[in-house]
Design a protein around this ligand. Structure first.
Ligand SMILES: [Zn+2]
Length: 217
C-alpha cells in the first residue's frame, strides 16, 4: 500500500486550473446513487472556489495514469446506510474524517470512517426509502470530504465559525440544507496554493500523526 501511494504522489506536480484528481480507495465500490450524490455535493460546495475535481477509483487505475494534482480519499468501512452497523451509537464525539499531517503540513491523504457517518445518520434515515438513504449518505460523505479538502487544499488547519469549515458537523449539518464555505474560506481557496511549489512527501503520510480532531465531532 505504501509503495502504491508513494507512486501516486510522485505524480503530484504543479498545475493551475487542471482538475484535482480525487483517488477513491474504498473496500467495495460505492452504490451508484451514493457515489453520484457524493460527487455532486463536493462540486456544489466548491462551486465558488475555482476548483474542480475528477474522480478516480483506485481499483481501476492503470500504471500509466498520471495526474497533475491529486488527493487520496481512503474510505473505511461500508459507505452505505443499509450496511450492518458494527457498533451502536457512541456517546463520545468521534471524528468522521481527518487529513493526515506531517508536522505542520497537511498531506493530501484523507480518511473517512463511513461507519461513524452511518451511525450519525441512522436516526434521521430510519424509515426512509433506500434511494433517499443512499442520497443522504452520499451528501454526508460529500460534506465531510469537502471539509477535509479545505484543509488539504489550503494547508490551513483553522476552522470557521459557520458553514462547511466549522470544527464540528452534526447529523443535521450532514443531512440538512446546503452547507457552504464562508467568504474567508473562499478567499483562502481562491489563492490556489495547493501543490504550488511544494514537494509532497508521500512516504511520510501514513507514518504521520493522525489529525483526529476534525469534522463531525
Ligand atoms: Zn477540520
Amino acid at each position: 500500500m505504501r509503495i502504491t501511494l508513494a507512486l501516486l504522489c510522485a505524480l503530484v506536480g504543479v498545475s493551475f486550473g487542471a482538475p484535482v484528481a480525487l483517488i477513491v480507495d474504498a473496500p467495495a465500490p460505492l452504490p451508484p446513487a451514493v457515489a453520484s450524490a457524493f460527487h455532486q455535493e463536493v462540486d456544489l460546495v466548491f462551486r465558488e472556489t475555482g476548483y474542480n475535481f475528477s474522480w478516480v477509483n483506485r481499483a481501476e487505475m492503470k500504471p500509466e495514469d498520471s495526474f497533475p494534482d491529486l488527493v487520496v480519499l481512503r474510505l473505511k468501512s461500508e459507505c452505505r446506510l443499509d450496511a450492518r452497523s458494527s457498533s451502536g451509537p457512541s456517546g463520545k464525539p468521534l471524528a468522521l474524517a481527518w487529513a493526515h499531517r506531517s508536522g505542520d503540513e497537511v498531506l493530501p491523504f484523507i480518511e473517512v470512517d463511513c461507519g461513524r457517518v452511518r451511525n450519525m445518520l441512522r436516526v434521521l434515515a430510519h424509515g426512509e426509502p433506500v434511494g433517499v438513504q443512499q442520497e443522504m449518505m452520499g451528501r454526508a460523505l460529500g460534506r465531510v470530504v469537502a471539509h477535509e479538502l479545505y484543509h488539504v487544499l489550503t494547508g490551513n488547519s483553522n476552522h470557521s465559525h459557520a458553514g462547511i469549515a466549522q470544527a464540528s458537523l452534526s447529523a443535521s449539518h450532514l443531512a440538512g440544507p446546503a452547507l457552504e464555505f464562508t467568504q474567508r474560506e473562499v478567499n483562502l481557496l481562491s489563492r490556489r496554493s495547493f501543490a504550488a511549489g511544494r514537494t509532497q512527501q508521500p512516504s511520510a503520510a501514513f507514518a504521520a500523526d493522525e489529525f483526529a480532531s476534525d469534522s463531525g465531532r
